[in-house]
Ligand binder design. Structure first.
Ligand code: GDP
Length: 209
């Protein structure tokens, strides 16, 4: 996918702070350190996109980005254009964090995921090297009841030998009780899986239009 523009919109914690509905939204979540910023930067082809989400004061907030992309064509002409809004949700799995903080995090995420009309898909990133953790399983089990599509991305696949990657993805899908095609392999380091994830994102964004 060719990225025409990628811009930070705003940060918010509560519904009255969300931007007014615009393009179809795709939310991204995962445990801290799973590779979410690297994945967003790789998708947006902007090294600093998710850096915004990391600036002090924004790491625990919901960050919205607007992207315009177009499909590459053989002729070099501009292909079909798509507008999509990425929603970067704060990382979970602060096992050592204070209970009150975990509860406020949960409330913020739940309000967004259950109440946001333009939301079309939730991308849950799991560490493809470490395998799914309890918090990933809980997030995915909870997300099954959402109307949004569920896309699971196994990150850092470069850490797994090429010959074992297919088996690893099947294993992750099995442990999460998902069909194998729901789990997409990804590596920001090897730029692996970017087109496939874009296809899933655009497909979800435009479903039902
Ligand atoms: P976030 O906390 O989920 O936003 O994760 P980051 O994108 O900041 O990445 C966390 C750590 O994992 C950093 O040290 C990254 O360099 C590393 N990382 C992220 N993506 C990849 C990847 O595709 N391959 C490898 N080997 N390391 C990665």
């Amino acid at each position: 996918m060719n990225v025409l523009s990628a811009e930070f919109v705003k940060s918010a914690s509560e519904p009255d702070g969300y931007p007014p509905p615009g393009a179809p939204e795709i939310a991204f979540c995962g445990r801290s350190n799973v590779g979410k910023s690297s994945c967003l930067n790789a998708l947006a082809k902007r090294h600093a996109l998710a850096r915004v989400s990391r600036t002090p004061g924004r790491t625990r907030l919901i960050n919205f980005f607007d992207l315009r992309v177009c499909e590459p064509t053989r002729s070099g002409n501009r292909g079909r254009e798509h507008a999509v809004r990425f929603v970067d949700l704060p990382g979970y799995g602060y096992a050592a964090g204070p209970k009150a903080e975990k509860e406020s995090w949960g409330g913020m995420i739940e309000r967004f995921l259950t109440g946001r009309e333009p939301l079309r898909a939730l991308v849950v990133l799991v560490d493809g090297d470490l395998g799914p953790q309890d918090s990933d399983g809980q997030m995915i089990d909870w997300a099954r009841s959402l109307p949004a599509r569920l896309i699971v991305v196994a990150t850092k696949l470069d850490k797994i030998a090429r010959t074992r990657r297919g088996q690893r993805l099947e294993n992750i899908a099995g442990r999460l009780k998902l069909s194998p095609e729901t789990v997409l392999g990804f590596s920001a380091k090897e730029l692996l899986g970017i087109d496939e994830l874009w296809r899933a994102v655009v497909g979800a964004a435009e479903a039902g239009e």
